[in-house]
Ligand binder design. Structure first.
Ligand code: NAD
Length: 496
């Protein structure tokens, strides 16, 4: 089990942690066992990254050379697309089609940052108004970065960090979620094949509380970029504080999907389903809070419930599967507790609410797509991130109330507005306190546009030019080209 990649070599953990078996959430079968790192392995990985940063060639190579490596990686991702999509599917439970979309996405992201690093150095000349001064601002890589990813989009979330970090010339230690490490092992193999020098990318596997915590605490780490839950984000911020490390956090969401009566009914229902149930709702930007105008509310809920009941659950490897299982038995139990609590708090169940009856799905961690109507913003299911196939529906009477409900959350990751009125679309989009707002759409993102959250959805941005800036230090270089004594202080005359 040589699953750690440190200083350019595949290696086993030095401390015996017993490793971990990785399972397929479709049927609970064991996919394979992996070795998990102990603190000494994290130390070795950080040391390798530190050496590679301080002495290695990566940060001093030209942006064009680094871009060349990233483009070679993109070509390898295209070559191995089907294999990576299959690995992602069996590890997370998502369909192979969704896995393929993720691979296409990260291919585009690596290409985007290759081009951006070549064309945007981040530097500029400064006109001080003094002809005797040359002043310029330059950027440099931050240093050693710890990159920590969640289980819902293992390849994608890691690549949104990795691509800009490498493009900017940093060295990294990476850790996927302990639940879904397999695609990141494959990605690391491809990085090596693409020509990333030894020590520039180091992979450690293991539990967050042990391996992740050490990656945050380690004094030789300069920056921590984390995607995951709010509670973990808080811990990471606190653990990074003594070292005053740079911290970037992509946390959860409780995303409103606002439907006005003048929206196209069928399209809005169709997208409301995709917003809530894509990847069984295990999406940070899932449209888990549906907010519908009074006059169409009842018809909307009825049609949503009818179609939710028809979603085909199954094995992500099979072509007719529309939704796979949840990632683990533990996570399903958490979502089931949320469903029970929503019923206790008075939400009206109109679809789903439990496990499917189909005996073929009995060994997997499935839950039926669940719709709750008559929800209010005091209910736990409306306030907390459920992170499963559960959507709550609230009702509004006018635009003012729609905006107030949509913004009534401590999160602020993403939201959508559905309307046929172009002016209202812009007014509502402008008023929503969320990092991404879709108008008459849900879920798309592009490498060129920033992704991240307001409020407790995080700090910083991924993707777009800001995604690269996260991994750059800014330096001002000021040169006096005619140096001469300044005579600020007296006593300049030499004494005999
Ligand atoms: P999590 O917080 O449990 O774990 C995320 C990662 O952090 C894992 O690799 C885990 O091992 C590690 N970790 C856990 N404790 C740690 C610690 N103390 N120190 C360092 N690392 C630690 O999250 P999860 O359950 O894997 O993922 C689901 C969460 O991720 C949801 O809240 C979801 O909204 C969020 N998410 C956000 C985005 C976004 O773009 N904002 C994208 C995807 C997922």
């Amino acid at each position: 089990m040589r699953d750690l990649y440190i200083d350019g070599s595949w290696t086993d953990a030095t401390t015996s942690t017993g490793g971990r078996t990785v399972e397929n959430p479709y049927d609970g079968s064991v996919l394979r066992s992996v070795s998990e790192a102990g603190p000494a392995d994290v130390d070795a990985a950080v040391d390798a990254a530190r050496r590679a940063f301080d002495t290695g060639p990566w940060r001093t190579t030209s942006a064009a050379e680094r871009a060349g490596v990233l483009r070679r990686l993109a070509d390898l991702l295209v070559r191995d697309r089907e294999d990576l999509a299959r690995v992602e599917s069996v590890d997370t439970g998502k369909t192979v089609v969704e896995g393929g979309i993720d691979v296409d996405d990260i291919t585009a992201v690596f290409r985007y940052y290759a081009s951006l690093a070549e064309t945007d150095s981040g530097g500029r000349a400064v006109d001080t108004g003094d002809p005797g001064v040359v002043s310029r601002v330059v950027t440099e890589p931050v240093g050693v970065c710890s990159l920590i990813a969640p289980w819902n989009y293992p390849l994608l979330q890691m690549s949104w960090k990795l691509a800009p970090a490498l493009a900017a010339g940093n060295t990294v230690v990476i850790k996927p979620s302990e639940l879904t490490p397999l695609s990141t092992v494959r990605l690391t193999e491809l990085l090596a094949e693409a020509g990333v020098p030894a020590g520039v990318v180091n992979l450690v596997l293991g539990a967050g509380a042990v391996v992740g915590a050490e990656m945050v605490r380690h004094p030789k780490v300069d920056l921590v970029s984390f995607t995951g839950g709010l509670a973990t984000g808080r811990e990471i911020m606190a653990a990074a504080a003594p070292g005053v490390k740079r911290v970037a956090l992509e946390l959860g969401g409780k995303n409103p999907n606002v439907v006005f009566a003048d929206a196209d009914f069928d399209t809005a229902v169709d997208y409301a389903l995709a917003a809530a149930f894509f990847h069984s709702g295990q999406v940070c930007s899932a449209g888990s809070r549906l907010i519908v105008e009074d006059s169409v509310h009842d018809a909307f809920v009825a049609e949503l419930a009818r179609r939710a009941e028809k979603i085909r659950l199954g094995n992500g490897a099979e072509a007719d599967t529309e939704c796979g299982p949840l990632v683990s038995a533990e996570h399903r139990a958490k979502v089931e507790r949320h469903i029970a609590l929503a019923r206790e708090e008075g939400a009206r169940l109109v679809a789903g609410g439990g496990r499917p009856d189909d005996p073929a799905l009995a060994d997997g961690y499935f839950l039926r797509p669940t719709v709750f109507a008559d929800c209010t913003s005091e209910m736990t299911a409306v306030r907390e991130e459920v992170f499963g196939p559960v959507v709550t529906v609230e009702r509004f009477h006018d635009e003012h109330e729609a905006i107030a409900l949509a913004n009534d959350t401590e999160y602020g990751l993403a939201g959508a507005v559905w309307t046929g009125d172009a002016s209202r679309a812009q007014r509502v989009a402008g008023a929503l306190r969320h990092g991404t707002v879709w108008i008459n759409d849900f879920h798309p993102y592009v490498p060129q546009a920033e992704w991240g959250g307001f409020g407790k959805s995080g700090i910083g941005r991924e993707l777009g030019p800001s995604g690269l800036d996260e991994y750059r230090e800014v330096k001002h270089i000021y040169q006096n080209i005619n140096p001469a004594p300044m005579r600020w202080f007296s006593g300049a005359e030499k004494e005999d």
